[in-house]
Design a protein around this ligand. Structure first.
Ligand code: CA
Length: 223
């Protein structure tokens, strides 16, 4: 589970990062609203912890813009004071829950877990794109009646491309999401993995689903 912390106060951010990491999450920190929004739009987070008062784009603007861009992951909003108007504004803009500073970490953790549980219940278990059928729970992939035999990383890569169908994903994003690490930009690990995946998912079938977008990355869609 990957969580983004958008918080400009260094100490608070470091404290959250440490606490969440110790609780078994992968946590990233963005120190201002602009950077935070960029990260939300380019990576696949399971949850965002968003401070209201931020430099270079406040929390409400970040929230409104990420929802406009169809990023639907749960958002836990942090407000500095218990002002009803602040809370209402956050919830109206699409926050899923809020906490008033100062908060106890144990309470934040409980809210984070509750939000992730709720999200888990909402997630589709099966994705269908053309004749590709992906069972995310059973870890099975089919094209029509043909079962695709995929290695775990191949399945992870196909899941990522399918969950974000129609969206061009850069090699960097794919590397971070599937391998949870950055590769050197000249590394061809992603290209090799995509080639192997295509051999199983596309080569035996007439309709190709995985497409290369020159200079940008890869996209999965039925054209
Ligand atoms: Ca702040």
């Amino acid at each position: 589970m990957r969580i983004l912390i958008i918080e400009d106060e260094g100490k608070a951010a470091a404290f959250l990062h440490k606490g969440l990491t110790e609780s078994g999450f992968i946590a990233d920190v963005a120190e201002n609203g602009e950077d935070g929004l960029f990260k939300v739009l380019s990576l696949d987070y399971d949850l965002v912890i968003l401070d209201a008062m931020l430099p270079r784009k406040d929390g409400w603007t970040v929230l409104a813009q990420m929802r406009q861009q169809h990023r639907s992951m749960p958002v836990l909003f942090l407000t500095a004071r218990d002002a009803v108007s602040d809370r209402v504004k956050g919830l109206e803009l699409g926050a899923d829950d809020y906490l008033v500073k100062p908060y106890a970490f144990t309470e934040l953790l409980a809210r984070v877990r509750a939000l992730l549980r709720r999200r888990g219940e909402r997630q589709p278990e099966v994705l269908q794109i053309a004749d590709l059928r992906l069972d995310l729970v059973g870890h099975r992939a089919n094209r029509g009646d043909a079962r695709l035999e995929l290695a775990p990383k191949e399945f992870a890569l196909l899941s990522l491309l399918s969950r974000r169908q129609g969206e061009v994903l850069s090699r960097l994003v794919i590397a971070e999401q599937v391998w949870d690490m950055n590769f050197d930009s000249d590394s061809n690990v992603v290209d090799v993995a995509v080639r192997r995946l295509r051999r199983k998912v596309d080569d035996p079938f007439a309709v190709k689903l995985i497409h290369t977008v020159r200079g940008m990355g890869y996209v999965l869609e039925a054209r």
